[in-house]
Design a protein around this ligand. Structure first.
Ligand SMILES: C[S@@+](CC[C@H](N)C(=O)[O-])C[C@H]1O[C@@H](n2cnc3c(N)ncnc32)[C@H](O)[C@@H]1O
Length: 171
């Protein structure tokens, strides 16, 4: 969860926007379908600029492999997420917050967690001069731990009873 600093609004340059469709509308608001880059760059959100109390988002994750929904990977992912920060920040009211969900990912072929999610989060924060209000870890003991190769086959993980030598890896 992040909270933008008061009086630190940055004006982001406008890119050329593709059309964003309004697919649902009530007296309380509209549901838009399209790419976030287009929604932010076009006029669709002009009426709420500077008035949004909460942006709650689950963007594509920094996965090592591409998913069908078109996630970026590596440094391209970091630049993509960071690039959204100034325009999202512009949407916020002075006491507004952004809640962003970033899933874990793993380095290919080694029992090592990718730090790209953390790096992308910090780049996002810095790009719009945001504050990190809280880091919330989703702890779900009912879910199988992953990746299965390192958890179940080679058992290269912290154990419930403590940390063994093989739990520690040097890069
Ligand atoms: C990690 S998933 C989110 C899943 C969601 N939290 C759920 O539980 O269903 C990322 C979503 O972002 C969408 N997406 C990918 N690129 C996008 C973009 N440029 N703008 C807006 N949405 C995008 C994908 O279609 C996908 O549904």
């Amino acid at each position: 969860m992040k909270m933008r600093a008061k009086n630190e609004r940055r004006q982001a340059p406008r890119a050329k926007a593709k059309k964003v469709d309004v697919v649902y509308r009530t007296s309380h608001g509209r549901m838009l379908v399209g790419r976030i880059e287009d929604a932010l760059a076009g006029a669709a959100l002009d009426s709420v600029r500077g008035k949004v109390n909460l942006i709650f988002t689950s963007p594509p994750f920094p996965l090592v492999y591409k998913k069908k929904y078109g996630n970026e990977t590596g440094d391209t992912y970091l630049k993509w997420l960071k690039g959204l920060a100034p325009q999202l920040s512009e949407m916020l009211a002075d006491d507004g917050s952004i809640v962003i969900e970033i899933g874990n990912s793993w380095e290919p072929g080694v029992p090592v967690m990718s730090t790209l999610g953390l790096e992308a989060l910090l780049a996002f924060k810095r790009a719009a001069n945001l504050h990190l209000c809280q880091h919330v870890i989703c702890h779900n003991p009912a879910r199988l731990p992953s990746p299965a190769q390192w958890v179940n086959v080679t058992r290269e993980r912290l154990s419930a009873l403590g940390c063994s030598v093989r739990d520690i890896h040097h890069t």
